[in-house]
Design a protein around this ligand. Structure first.
Ligand SMILES: Nc1ncnc2c1ncn2[C@@H]1O[C@H](COP(=O)(O)OP(=O)(O)OP(=O)(O)O)[C@@H](O)[C@H]1O
Length: 353
């Protein structure tokens, strides 16, 4: 890297931008089971270092197969998998076993050893890695603290709640200090409150330890709560991909629209068309402007009146956003002036169609 590049990266860091470094690169991955079940078809995908990337799809869409191709628990029929600088698909079994320590994984049904205590479950990957006994104890103590289980070290899985079991799964997955954490429907077996606690823990781990997270889910709530980017998968193919906010606010594919409508506060505003006399306008806000009185300011020096017909103000991960459907009443030219003023403030404004 030359000095100019270093300078640019330093400025980006100063401004709060994240340096973009590819960490997981899937190139043209296909997986066919037997002779005819094409579970994944020619998927190429790059996950950046430090991001939380979500893959969402209905049952049978190919999510698990794709996720398991990343650590080669499932070997792709064709295509290559690269994690960091290492092309996993070229490694021998022994080399692969070593590289897999850089990739932790958690599961929907936790996959804990039922006859082992919490401490022993977490120690297991460290013993496999031949870490000395005293170092194992110290590392497990750290991990127990990190996931909030220091009071439960000597319990067995059967004595734990679902959320606690998943915390053990997370601690075990993090034991070898991986770069990547793969999450296979990690909250699907949990109630909503416990789901939120586990999602917060995952976000904490991502932020504090810088671990890149790749998760699969069928719940838009999971994507909205913690992911930076999302890919929507259907029939083994990616049908839509982008920043979560963009995909959520402007879904393009019908499958994506289905998922977005899972969120209770989203709505289909097209139901309003033809029900009102005024001009119906859809407005999207993103960022801190969500909390400014922009609508009021835009109309106050005009004769235009407005009514909010539908609206949401919420947060996506850490970003506030709003979606409103407004009926404007007044002269068309004056309404246009109001809309242009809103656009000039950075709002996305368009007639409801
Ligand atoms: N081991 C296997 N042998 C044969 N077919 C399989 C195998 N595993 C998955 N499939 C098939 O591959 C397709 C994709 O399955 P996959 O489990 O990847 O989907 P998914 O999106 O994770 O679904 P779910 O959310 O229900 O787990 C399905 O048609 C499934 O029946």
């Amino acid at each position: 890297m030359n000095l100019l590049h270093q300078g640019i990266l330093a400025v980006m860091a100063y401004d709060g931008w994240q340096e973009v470094i590819p960490l997981i690169e899937l190139l043209d991955i296909s997986k066919t089971y037997g002779s005819s079940v094409e579970a994944v078809k020619n998927i190429s995908l790059t996950i950046q270092k430090g991001e939380i990337f979500g893959i969402i799809g209905h049952s049978g869409a190919g999510k698990s197969t794709l996720l398991r191709c990343v650590n080669l628990l499932e070997r792709p029929t064709s295509g290559s998998v690269k994690v960091g600088d290492v092309e996993l698909t070229r490694l021998s079994t022994n080399q692969l076993q070593k590289e897999r320590r850089r990739i932790g994984m958690i599961f929907q049904h936790f996959n804990l050893l039922s006859m082992a205590t919490v401490r022993d479950n977490i120690s297991f990957p460290l013993e496999l890695a031949k870490m000395p006994r005293a170092a194992i104890k110290q590392r497990v103590d750290e991990l127990l603290k990190l996931v909030g289980l220091d009071q439960h070290a000597d319990k067995y899985p059967a004595q734990l709640s679902g959320g606690q079991k998943q915390r053990v799964g997370i601690a075990r997955a993090l034991a070898n200090n991986p770069d990547v954490l793969l999450c296979d429907e990690a909250t699907s077996a949990l109630d909503p409150q416990t789901t939120n606690a586990i999602l917060s823990l995952l976000m904490d781990i991502n932020q504090k330890l810088g671990i890149t997270i790749l998760l699969i889910t069928h719940e838009m709530h999971v994507i909205r709560s913690i992911c930076d980017r999302v890919a929507v998968i259907d029939g083994g193919e990616i049908v839509e991909m982008g920043d979560v906010l963009d995909v959520f606010l402007k879904p393009q594919h019908s499958i994506t629209m289905d998922f977005v409508s899972q969120i209770a506060d989203s709505f289909d505003p097209r139901e309003l068309i033809g029900t009102r006399d005024g001009r119906l306008v859809k407005i999207n806000y993103v960022g801190e402007i969500t909390y400014e009185p922009l609508l009021f300011n835009a109309v106050k020096s005009t004769a235009v009146q407005f009514t909010i017909l539908q609206g949401t103000v919420s947060r996506m991960k850490n970003t506030p956003y709003g979606q409103l459907v407004i009926e404007f009443i007044g002269a068309d030219a004056e309404i246009n002036t109001v809309l242009n003023e809103l656009r000039a403030k950075g709002l996305e404004v368009g007639d409801l169609k």
